[in-house]
Design a protein around this ligand. Structure first.
Ligand SMILES: Cc1cc2nc3c(=O)[nH]c(=O)nc-3n(C[C@H](O)[C@H](O)[C@H](O)COP(=O)(O)OP(=O)(O)OC[C@H]3O[C@@H](n4cnc5c(N)ncnc54)[C@H](O)[C@@H]3O)c2cc1C
Length: 463
C-alpha cells in the first residue's frame, strides 16, 4: 500500500529531539515534510531522559561539527524561546576542581573554551565559589565559571519545535516504523509498518537505531551505536535551594562526569553515569549505582545527606566509536544521516537542523522559506510558569504533587501529538512525576485515560 501519491520533499525518520527540530527547520524553509516515528509518542528514545542543560559548547572538541551545532542551537534557542513561551534558566555552571591535579587542568579547560569562542568564562577560587554556592563542600579548591550554561525543559521545547512544523503544514506519522526502502534515482519509497511512504529526500534521525536504519536500506552503516547509559537520582524539591548553578566536574576524555544540577521543575538531580551496553532499550537502574551517585552528590553538597529522593531514572546516549556527531550527506542517493548525537543533542538540535538544511541545499534542492510562519504557544510546566492550577476556574487537580489539572491532561490527550502512553503523558504534563510518583493519582489517571493509551494503565506501567 502506498500512503501518499505526491512524494514529500523530505521524510525524516525519528521523532527524538533532533527529528523534531529537523521537521521544524525543513518546514520553515518551505519543504513539504513528514516525520516518521516508530513509537506511539514522540521523544521515546534517547530524548526521554537527559540532564536538560543547554550547553555553550565550551568543552566540546575544537573545530568539531558538534561544537558548531551546539553553538548555533544555543543561539537559536535564545532567539526563539520568548516567542514560544519556553523556559530558559540562565543559572550558569561551575567546573569545580577537587584536587590539585584538577586545579592544574582548569587553565587548559578555559583555553579550550576560548578556542571554542566562549569568551566569558572566568577562573575563581574556592572561597569565591562558596560565596555564590554556600552549600558546596569546603573541599572545592577552585572553579571555572561559565555564565551562559543554562537549564531548559527537555520535553516542552522539542514538542514546540514539532508543533511549529505541524502548524505550518508539516505532518507526523506515529507508530510508523521504517523497515527498509528503495531509491529509484530520483526519490525514495520507504517501507514502513503503515505502508510505503514516498519522498524525494530522506533524513535519518533514528538516534539509538541510526546505524540499523542505514543498514536496512544500504546494507551497511558508517558507524555502530553502542548505547551509553546514564543513571540519575532526583532529590525532593526542598533540595533545590542547595545549588544555584550547575556543578560540573573536571571532565574526562570519555564523559562529562557526574553533574549536580537543579531542574526547571524545581528538583535537584545528581548524575549521569556513563555505562556502555549492547541493549538499545534497557534503561533499568540499579541500587548500587544509585547509592554511589548519592554519595557523589553528598561529597559535592554535604547537606544533601538525608534529603529524600523523589525519583530515579536512566537515559541512553546514542554513542558511536567516534567522538564527533556523525552527520553526512549521500548526494547520489538523496539521503542524509544524522547519527551519534550523543550527549549534547538537546543543546545542538536546532543547530543540527540548520547544518543539515545546508547540506540538503548543497545537493541542489531548495524551497522558498515561509515569510510569516505560525508560532506555537508551548506548554510550560515549570514552577514559575503560568500553570493552569493558578487560574481561578482551574477545576479538578488530578496530580497534587505536580499540580496537574484535569484540563491539562485532557489537552495532552487530544490533537495530533495526543499522548498515547503514560510516559508520553508525563512528558506533556508531569503527572506522576512528583513526590508520590503516582501513588495517589494513578487510579484517577487510569479512568481519565481509558481508551486513549495503546497499553491501558491497568495492564502495565511504562517508564
Ligand atoms: C543521560 C543523558 C544525559 C544527557 N544530558 C544532556 C544535556 O544535559 N544536554 C544536552 O544537550 N543533551 C543531553 N543529552 C543528549 C540528548 O538527550 C541526546 O543527544 C538526544 O536525545 C538525541 O536525540 P535523537 O533525536 O538523536 O535520538 P532519539 O531521541 O533516540 O530519537 C530517535 C527516534 O527515532 C525513532 N526510531 C528509531 N528507529 C526508527 C525506525 N526504524 N523508524 C521510525 N522511527 C525510528 C526512535 O523511536 C526515537 O524516537 C543527554 C543524554 C543522556 C542519555
Amino acid at each position: 500500500m502506498t500512503i501518499n501519491s505526491t512524494p514529500y520533499d523530505v521524510a525524516i525518520i525519528g521523532a527524538g529531539i533532533v527529528g523534531c527540530a529537523m521537521a521544524r527547520r525543513f518546514t520553515l524553509e518551505g519543504a513539504r515534510v513528514v516525520l516518521l516515528e516508530k513509537a506511539t509518542d514522540i521523544l521515546d528514545g534517547a530524548s526521554k531522559a537527559n540532564s536538560a542543560i543547554l550547553h555553550t559548547g565550551f568543552d566540546a572538541p575544537v573545530g568539531s561539527i558538534e561544537v558548531g551545532c551546539i553553538q548555533a542551537g544555543h543561539e537559536e534557542y535564545r532567539r526563539i524561546y520568548r516567542d514560544f513561551g519556553l523556559t530558559l534558566d540562565e543559572c550558569g555552571a561551575n567546573v569545580v576542581a577537587w584536587s590539585e591535579e584538577e586545579v592544574a587542568k582548569l587553565e587548559q579547560i578555559q583555553q579550550q573554551a576560548v578556542d571554542n569562542n566562549v569568551m566569558d568564562t572566568r577562573l575563581i577560587t574556592g572561597d569565591d565559589l562558596r560565596k555564590v554556592e554556600p552549600n558546596l563542600s569546603d573541599r572545592a579548591l577552585a572553579a571555572i565559571a561559565i555564565p551562559r550554561e543554562s537549564l531548559i525543559d527537555p520535553w516542552s521545547s522539542p514538542y514546540a519545535y514539532l508543533q511549529q512544523s505541524l502548524m505550518n503544514g508539516g505532518e507526523v506519522m506515529l507508530s510508523c516504523e521504517v523497515t527498509g526502502g528503495r531509491f529509484d534515482g530520483s526519490g525514495w519509497k520507504l517501507e514502513t509498518t503503515q505502508g510505503l511512504v514516498r519522498a524525494n529526500h530522506v533524513v535519518n534521525c533514528a538516534g539509538l537505531y541510526g546505524d540499523l536504519v542505514n543498514s536496512s536500506v544500504f546494507g551497511q552503516a558508517p558507524f555502530t551505536i553502542t548505547p551509553r547509559k546514564g543513571q540519575f537520582v532526583v532529590y525532593d524539591k526542598a533540595a533545590s535551594r542547595l545549588a544555584r548553578s550547575v556543578i560540573l566536574p573536571v571532565p574526562t576524555a570519555r564523559t562529562k562526569g557526574i553533574v549536580l544540577f537543579r531542574t526547571v521543575f524545581g528538583n535537584l538531580a545528581v548524575g549521569p553515569t556513563a555505562e556502555d551496553q549492547q541493549s538499545r532499550t534497557d534503561s533499568s537502574i540499579d541500587t548500587e549505582t544509585l547509592r554511589s551517585l548519592m554519595a557523589a552528590g553528598e561529597a559535592i553538597v554535604p547537606a544533601l545527606k538525608g534529603m529524600p529522593v523523589t525519583a530515579t531514572y536512566a537515559g541512553l546516549r546514542p554513542a558511536t566509536e567516534f567522538k564527533d556527531y556523525q552527520i553526512s550527506a549521500d548526494a547520489a542517493n538523496n539521503w542524509i544521516t544524522v547519527g551519534g548525537i550523543r550527549s549534547t543533542g538537546l543543546s545542538g538540535a536546532l543547530g543540527i537542523a540548520q547544518y543539515v538544511y545546508g547540506l540538503y541545499r548543497d545537493t541542489g534542492a531548495d524551497h522558498t522559506a515561509l515569510t510569516d510562519p505560525v508560532i506555537p504557544t508551548a506548554r510550560v510546566l515549570t514552577d514559575t510558569a503560568n500553570r493552569d492550577w493558578k487560574e481561578k476556574d482551574h477545576g479538578e487537580i488530578v496530580c497534587h504533587c505536580e499540580l496537574v489539572t484535569r484540563r491539562e491532561i485532557e489537552a495532552a490527550l487530544s490533537g495530533p501529538l495526543a499522548a498515547k502512553s503514560l510516559a508520553g503523558l508525563k512528558r506533556q504534563t508531569r503527572v506522576t512525576m512528583g513526590r508520590c510518583q503516582g501513588f495517589f493519582c494513578s487510579a484517577r489517571l487510569a479512568e481519565l485515560t481509558e481508551g486513549r493509551f495503546v497499553i491501558p494503565m491497568a495492564e502495565g506501567v511504562d517508564k
